[in-house]
Design a protein around this ligand. Structure first.
Ligand code: C2E
Ligand code: CA
Ligand code: CA
Length: 669
């Protein structure tokens, strides 16, 4: 099923699953990016602010060392002030001062800067230009705040601070967790002060309180993402559920409630594709006959219930990797694994038994077409079609109800298609030719009549005998047109010969049983023949005996009317059917054509001859002429002459031949 049907199912099923998934992924991606960007910007901002703060503080602290070392007292005072700063300012952890030679002249806690690694952090000496506008003051909690409100640090601030008290209050206030650092990094700032290098170690902790903004933004974003995610999850679940429902609708058969034909194809194809010859598979077309009559008797609903029951019985009997589905018109498709043909036939019979037992009081009739599957075949539709073709060749009431598909059947099908494609053109192009087979009078062995038999001279395929296309035309109704054409050609021919003043003999044409559905058949025939002003008695109409099984009323009426109009009517293939004698009782006709089959079976030749002689006798008593058909030997001719048979038609005298040849042989001799 790779065609438009397949595409249509796919299109039908293709719901908005992917848009949902892509939408969700896109949203998650965008949100993540947003969070990362916001976080990065915020943290950078925090750190930057911290760094600027640290730079200002470092410059402030380094400024203390101006004039360091001029005398011992100043140096001590400076050290003391520096120590106070360091202790008071949380962010300044240590100061380390070196002289020009790099020797340490003062350090508060003796942290040593790692000068090798310091290059990257080296502080721009222009920091002296940074305004020393820092003020450290105590808020109402006693917590020291450093800000830049423009006043210089009071020298005596240290005395004002009660550190112990401050720590205690901060702890009590519960603010401490907010001041727990979540990130900590230290920076050495190096400043040149009066020839000394002042290294200020800054700790730059990032507190939770610093992150409040970022965190709340992240929370808001996370909530947004959650809302979107929820929306997408809900819509995704909805899509999945509706997809599931659509699948069920697409693959459920409305009559049986089971899997339908699409499902069969969908599941069957991979089973066959994956099977590399390990198992043998067969496609079975199972057909219930007389389903329509069942529906007429019991109602369509009961009929559908019956099919539903069958489906479930069959379904239960399927083994692993076997399939069954209702197809249409009381037909099921089955994909069965098997080992031998015998085993397969037994399996089918067992399935039929199970189905029959589910409806105990009703006699059911089934036919099966089987297509054995070659390892690489997987076109379910084609295989089913093959199985169907095999089943088509079974007669409904025949004993045989299981047929295996073979390539010949396929060829036959293809041929039928070709014939159907070409027939209209062939008729228009006069590709159908009249061949005439002489009928010879038994007594004088002289031409006494002829039968018109059609031949198809195909422009590509050449000569085609009637048995290759007549049965097809009989099925599709084209025989009506062909027979009219033949009748007209024969009438035309007779008219031509009459106008030439030639002696003519009656020519018979075959009238297919398909004609006996039209009540005005006799009028129709007259109309065609009368176009050419031909006396009716030179055109004989051969009806096949099997026409008797159709609409008897039309047949009897038509024959009556035709005979009244002067057309001789003959019964073709007498003896080939079943109710020969019976038909003679009801039907008055002029000629009886006895089938040559009576002579063909060597073992029963004598019995055949006996019957023929009796039939001839009977025909004579009923005032009918006898034509013996298919006569191939002198013995047969002698026998017929002896039995006083009227006319003989057969290869012994001549095969059917084109009109020209007939003229040459019989008209100018
Ligand atoms: P049919 O009407 O029974 O015609 C007699 C068939 O027996 C012809 O086959 C003829 O060629 C063949 N035949 C004649 N003598 C002998 C013989 O000695 N031995 C053997 N073995 N066969 C002999 P053909 O022409 O192939 O036609 C086959 C059938 O096709 C005809 O059987 C007839 O039923 C049908 N048919 C032919 N032409 C037409 C037509 O124009 N219209 C209709 N409706 N059917 C036609
Ligand atoms: Ca015939
Ligand atoms: Ca015949």
């Amino acid at each position: 099923m790779t065609t438009s049907k397949d595409k249509r199912i796919k299109k039908f099923k293709r719901k908005r699953i992917w848009p949902s998934i892509f939408g969700m992924l896109f949203m998650v991606f965008i949100s993540m990016m947003l969070i990362i960007i916001v976080f990065a910007f915020s943290v950078t901002d925090i750190v930057q602010r911290k760094v600027v703060n640290a730079e200002i503080l470092s410059a402030e602290v380094a400024g203390l060392f101006e004039g360091y070392g001029t005398d011992e007292e100043t140096a001590n005072a400076i050290r003391e002030r520096a120590a106070v700063y360091i202790e008071a300012l949380d962010d300044v952890e240590d100061v380390y001062v070196t002289d020009k030679q790099g020797n340490c002249v003062w350090s508060c806690y003796e942290n040593r800067p790692d000068t090798d690694k310091m290059a990257e952090f080296e502080f721009d000496t222009g920091y002296y230009s940074v305004q020393h506008n820092i003020i450290i003051e105590e808020d109402e909690l006693g917590i020291i705040e450093v800000d830049d409100r423009g006043a210089h640090l009071a020298e005596d601030f240290y005395d004002k601070i009660n550190f112990e008290e401050l720590g205690k209050r901060a702890e009590e206030s519960g603010d401490i967790p907010m001041y727990t650092s979540v990130m900590d990094f230290s920076l050495w700032y190096v400043l040149d002060v009066d020839g000394y290098s002042v290294y200020v170690l800054n700790s730059l902790p990032v507190y939770l309180s610093d992150l409040v903004g970022v965190v709340s933004m992240a929370v808001v974003l996370a909530m947004l993402i959650a809302v979107f995610a929820l929306y997408y999850i809900v819509s995704f679940v909805g899509v999945v559920r509706s997809e599931h429902r659509t699948s069920r609708i697409i693959y459920t058969d409305m009559i049986t409630g089971g899997n339908n034909w699409f499902y069969f194809i969908k599941k069957g194809t991979p089973i066959l594709k994956k099977n590399r010859g390990k198992k043998k598979y067969a496609m079975i077309h199972m057909r219930m006959y007389k389903y329509r009559s069942f529906c007429t008797c019991f109602g369509v609903r009961k009929g559908e219930e019956l099919l539903e029951k069958f489906y479930h019985v069959l379904r239960r009997k399927m083994r692993k990797k076997e399939l069954v589905a209702y197809h249409e018109n009381a037909e099921f498709g089955l994909l069965l694994a098997y080992t031998t043909r015998e085993e397969l036939v037994q399996r089918i019979e067992a399935l039929e038994l199970a189905v029959e037992q589910s409806i105990p009081n009703i006699k059911l009739y089934f036919g099966y077409g089987i297509c054995e599957i070659e390892p690489k075949e997987h076109d379910i539709e084609q295989l089913y079609n093959n199985a169907f073709t095999a089943c088509e060749l079974l007669e409904e009431d025949a004993e045989r109800k299981i047929a295996f598909f073979d390539e010949e059947m396929n060829k036959q099908r293809l041929w039928e298609r070709k014939v159907e494609d070409d027939m209209e053109n062939a008729l228009a192009n006069k590709e159908f030719k009249v061949y005439l087979q002489p009928k010879i009078s038994a007594a004088e062995e002289k031409l006494a009549g002829a039968e018109a038999l059609v031949r198809w001279i195909h422009p590509k395929d050449g000569f085609i005998p009637p048995n290759k296309f007549i049965p097809i035309f009989e099925k599709n109704g084209f025989i009506l047109k062909l027979d009219d054409y033949m009748l007209e050609e024969v009438a035309k021919q007779q008219a031509e010969w009459i106008s030439q003043g030639q002696e003519i003999v009656p020519i018979s044409v075959n009238v297919s049983r398909a004609h006996f559905t039209r009540e005005d058949l006799a009028e129709h025939i007259c109309e065609i023949v009368d176009k050419y002003n031909v006396p009716h008695d030179v055109i004989e109409l051969e009806l096949t005996e099997s026409a008797f099984f159709d609409d008897k009323k039309v047949l009897l009426n038509t024959v009556k009317k035709l005979r009244e109009s002067g057309f001789p009517v003959s019964m073709d293939d007498f003896g080939a059917g079943y109710s020969s004698l019976n038909s003679l009782k009801e039907l008055t006709i002029d000629v009886l054509k006895i089938d040559a089959d009576f002579f063909r079976n060597v073992e029963e030749v004598e019995r055949g001859m006996l019957i023929v002689s009796e039939v001839i006798d009977l025909a004579k008593k009923l005032n009918m002429k006898i034509v013996a058909e298919g006569i191939e030997s002198r013995d047969q001719v002698d026998f017929l002459v002896q039995q006083e048979c009227d006319l003989i038609q057969g290869y012994f005298f001549a095969k059917p031949m084109p009109v020209d040849e007939f003229v040459q042989k019989y008209k100018h001799s």
